[in-house]
Structures are given as C-alpha cells and as structure tokens.
Design a protein around this ligand. Structure first.
Ligand SMILES: Cc1cc2nc3c(=O)[nH]c(=O)nc-3n(C[C@H](O)[C@H](O)[C@H](O)COP(=O)(O)O)c2cc1C
Length: 215
C-alpha cells in the first residue's frame, strides 16, 4: 500500500515538473516570437540616423504630399521638451510666392534649388519656461527639428536645416515674410523635397570627443 502511495506521489511530482518546464518553454517561445515581431516592426531608427545627410538640391517637379508633411510634423511634435512645455509652432510654406520671398532671405531656402516646401520651426518666447530656463525653447525646437529631419529622410525626402535664430536680420526678415507675431521667434527654415542629389553620409564618429568619468 505504502509503495503504491509513493509511486502515485512520484508520478504527481513528475507531472508538475514536466508541466512547469513545458509552460516555461512555451512562454519563452512566446517571448521570442514577440521580440522577433518587435524587431521586424522596427523602423530602423539607427539606420535612419546613420544615413541622414543635409540635402540642398531637390526635384522641383515633385511636390511633397500632404500626408508626408503631417508625418514629419507628427515626428517633430514627438520630441522631448523641458517640463513638457512644447513651445513650438510650425509654419508650412508651399506657396510659390512665399517660397520666392524666403529665397531672398536665406541662400539655402532658394527656389532655384528645387525647393517646394519649407517648414519654419518657431519657438514661443512666452509659453515656455520663465526665468533662467526661458532659453530652453531653443533646445526644445532643435529637438523637434532633428526629429523632423530624420522623419523626412525615413520617408524618402531630403531636407536641410537653414539657421535663422540668433541672426537678427534673418529673424526680422523671416518674421516679416511669414507674418510671425511678437512673442514667437523663427529658429530655422527647413527646406524639404524629393532629393535631386544623394550625398554620402559623413562619418563623424570621433572617440577623442568622449570623456569618461570626468573630462
Ligand atoms: C543650427 C544649424 C544651422 C544650420 N544652418 C545652415 C544653413 O544656413 N545653410 C545650410 O546649407 N546648412 C545649414 N545647416 C546644416 C549644416 O550645414 C549641416 O548639418 C552640416 O554641414 C553637417 O552635414 P550633414 O547634415 O549632412 O550631416 C545648419 C545646421 C544647424 C544645426
């Protein structure tokens, strides 16, 4: 009788051990499947970063589609900002007359370069942070601009950041052309289009720039 009970006990233990091992294997397989799916869905952000270059010549016969403009703006607005203030405004310019006027303000926003789209990234001087943190709008809008540039590249467009702020005469001229109200500052003009050139990405990796622990 005792022998039979022991045998039943051993069988029960075996079932529990084998069962939990099978559950572990199944759950591991599930996790591996999810990881694989995540990798497959990865948009290749590192590749996008590594292959982005400034593009200054565009195919003027191919205007940028509205949904692509929204994709870039969504990426821009996904950027981090200090205290999540999001002190940005974006002026989207496709109008030929306005593009022409911007050409005169900024050499790299030239319509002769085939540019059919310019997005002016502007910062809010009053709706961000105050005091010593007021200037964070520059970093916030710069983060948005980088996201915009990366998104442009990721969807097959070319773009270049054309600096405006803090060059006073450029700020004033862009403000006038785009009717930017007081309290807002144009940080840059991002010229965007289908690339007519495909520059080689620069290798900027420089380990000498890295200081570990302290400078
Ligand atoms: C703040 C800032 C201002 C810039 N202004 C201009 C500009 O006025 N004209 C221009 O052609 N490129 C401008 N650029 C783009 C740089 O020239 C470019 O990023 C740099 O040469 C590195 O090349 P890459 O973007 O192809 O890696 C600017 C970039 C930054 C970040």
């Amino acid at each position: 009788m005792k022998k039979v009970i022991m045998q039943i006990f051993r069988s029960a233990v075996t079932i529990v051990v084998v069962g939990s091992m099978a559950a572990m294997i199944f759950s591991l397989r599930g996790e591996l499947k999810a990881a694989k799916a995540r990798l497959a869905a990865d948009p290749g952000v590192l590749k996008t970063i590594a292959t982005r270059t400034s593009v200054r010549m565009f195919d003027g016969s191919r205007p940028v589609e509205e949904d692509k403009i929204e994709t870039m703006l969504r990426a821009a607005m996904a950027a981090p900002t200090a205290v999540d203030k999001r002190p940005w405004e974006f002026v989207v310019i496709t109008d030929k007359e306005k593009l022409d006027a911007l050409s005169k303000v900024h050499p790299n926003a030239r319509i002769e370069n085939g540019s059919t789209l310019v997005i002016a990234v502007c910062g809010s001087l009053d709706n961000g942070l105050n005091g010593r943190a007021k200037e964070y709008w520059i970093q916030d809008c710069s983060a948005a601009t980088e996201n915009l540039l990366l998104a442009a590249h990721a969807i097959g467009l070319g773009a270049v950041w054309c600096g405006v702020y803090p060059i006073e005469e450029r700020c004033a001229a862009v403000r006038e052309v785009l009717a930017i109200p007081e309290g807002y500052m144009p940080l840059n003009l991002v010229t965007i289009g289908y690339p007519a050139v495909h520059p080689e990405p620069k290798d900027k990796w420089n380990p000498a720039k890295i200081h570990r622990g302290q400078w």
